[in-house]
Structures are given as C-alpha cells and as structure tokens.
Design a protein. Structure first.
Length: 328
C-alpha cells in the first residue's frame, strides 16, 4: 500500500556478528499523506504521526488471512506502529466498487467497517495503517472502472472509509496503458483535494524493475500524480543458494534505484534512496537468519530507505524482533 514515502533501536548494541553480517553486502551497497477527516472519525491524536518515519518497519497484514486482526494489540506486542492492509480489489458486480480479497469478499462499506475502529485505536498509540489496492488476487480498480469520475470516486471511498493519510497500490497491470493513465489521473484528483501520500509496490527482478513498471512510473509522474515511494517486493534466495545472495539482492535494489531516479526525473540517483522501500518475500521460515536480518537493517539504515517490511512465510521470532526493532 500504501509514503505512499533507519536507525537501529538505541537500546540495541551492534555486536561483532552484526558487522560481519553487514559486510555480506557489496561495497557499493554498504554506502547503503494526510487526508481530511470524515465525520465518523475524530481521533484526538495529531495526524502528523501518520507519515511513516524514515526507516521504520511497516508490518503487512493480509486481511484475507487475518480478517479480525487487532492492530492495537499487535502493535503493543511487537512495537510496530505502521501497517499496510491488503488487499482491496475491484468487485465482480461493479468494476468501480472496492472489496476485500479472500474467501468471503464483500464491498467496502464505510458505514460498517470494524477495521477503521482498530486503526483509530492504533493512531491513539502513535501509529497508522494504509490500505493496499491491487495485489496478486483480483484486479486493481483502474483496470475495471472506466466510467468518467468513477475511479476517483472509488479511491475516495477507500480513503474515506479509513480516514487514510496514505494508500499503496500493488500494481500488476503496468502494460495496460489506459489503466495506468486512469489511475494516475484519479490519484492526481485526490491529491488536489487533500494531502495524500501514495506509494507503489512493484516486483523486483535481478536486473531491477521491469521496463513496463518503469514506463508506468514515468507516465504517472507526467500525469501529475505524486508517488512518494516505490516498495520493492524482493524474493529472498534460500540459505542453500550460492554464496553472495544478499549481494545479489543489493545489486538489484541499486539497479531499481537508478530506474526510479530516471522515471521521477531526479538529477542524482542518490536522491532516490528515500523513495525506495524494501520488502523481502520469504518462501521458508529459515530463509532469513539473524545475521541476514541485521545486514538488511544496516543496509536500510545506511541508505535511508523509506521503510523495510516483510511478506511471505513468517520468520523466527528472533529474526522478526531484529526487523521490528528498526526505529528512525
């Protein structure tokens, strides 16, 4: 989803193992928003906290698998303050009606939305959550909602349902030029109405981003929509892979950084780092060791990534704690 746009928790001292883990990354790598509130939402906490602090960990919640997730309770347990909630897609009955994916999908009803209450309580703790539109199961609204003004209204419905300060788009339709342009214009319309942080989640390949995704980012910018961060979904090679798997991951991220800088017309590729977020995707619980997690957090800290997240299989508790401990 969803900021959209690290420092290590002060209480944690880096051990010698941390230094070794960080050196797994290549030398080049080692130099490694708010909306108008609706009447039904009136959180006392300032909405200035809604922006994800640079380098914070963002937890991903699959609402299909965890429809009754208690965000405040999870935040108190883990220390994670910021979440992305996936996924909202186009409903079959009407291509302009957003609905949750999962075994029991249903239209998003702003008037009957228990998730919003949990988000309000999370905000009282100083956190926030952003809805994620699109994803692997279903079609993003821009593909199906073609009537004039319909797409902006659908996005407005999502933003209003959560009083969202940020939204993320997990895009799988970059080759659809018409959908890309519709989405960009709808985002621009919403951003003219309210300060809204927008991020795009895109798959990372060994060579960086796919050409269609780079072209989509460029078209979106040229249409007047502001994309604050690009979240890279990066499959993590298993620990049985050949030596240098984190170095290969870092090289792919660097390639994507250069592409993002070009697509967003930045004069220096280094300026793109705060617009890059990284989400490793695990196929197995053992694919990320504690030293790997320290290497990733060190990499994200040195480069000032927008945020770090995680998808796929849940890692060990100790690995998760290292990732959760990231703080600005």
């Amino acid at each position: 989803m969803l900021p959209r746009p690290l420092a290590i928790l002060g209480a944690l001292a880096l051990t010698a193992a941390t230094a070794v883990a960080i050196r797994l990354l290549p030398a080049g790598a080692a130099a490694p928003e708010p909306a108008k509130p609706l009447a039904r939402h009136s959180p006392a906490v300032s909405r200035a906290v809604a922006a994800v602090p640079g380098g914070a960990f963002v937890g991903f919640v699959d609402t299909a698998g965890e429809p009754d997730v208690d965000l405040p309770a999870q935040s108190r347990r883990t220390g994670v303050l910021h979440y992305a909630l996936g996924h909202l897609v186009a409903g079959d009955a009407d291509g302009c009606v957003p609905e949750w994916t999962g075994p029991h999908p249903g239209p998003l009803d702003p008037g009957d939305n228990p998730m919003a209450d949990g988000i309000d309580r999370l905000r009282a703790l100083g956190g926030d959550a952003a809805p994620v539109l699109g994803g692997p199961d279903g079609r993003e609204l821009a593909v199906t909602c073609t009537r004039p003004g319909g797409l902006a209204a659908a996005y407005r419905r999502v933003v209003g349902a959560f009083d969202a300060t940020a939204v993320d788009f997990e895009i799988r339709d970059s080759e659809d030029d018409a959908a890309v342009l519709r989405r960009a214009r709808a985002i621009r319309a919403l951003q003219r109405e309210r300060p809204l942080r927008v991020s795009f989640t895109l798959p990372l390949k060994p060579s960086g981003l796919a050409d269609d995704d780079v072209a989509m980012l460029r078209t979106t910018r040229q249409a007047g929509a502001e994309v604050g961060a690009v979240n890279l979904l990066a499959a993590v090679e298993p620990r049985t892979a050949s030596e240098g798997r984190l170095s290969r991951l870092a090289a792919a991220v660097h390639a994507a950084r250069d592409q993002i800088a070009q697509a967003q017309d930045l004069p220096d590729a280094e300026q793109a780092w705060p617009r890059v977020a990284l989400t490793p995707v695990l196929a197995g619980a053992g694919d990320l060791s504690e030293s790997d997690a320290r290497a990733l957090t060190g990499y994200a800290t040195r480069h000032g990534l927008a945020w770090l997240s995680l998808r796929g299989v849940t890692p060990s508790r100790d690995v998760a704690r290292i990732l959760w401990g990231i703080r600005p």
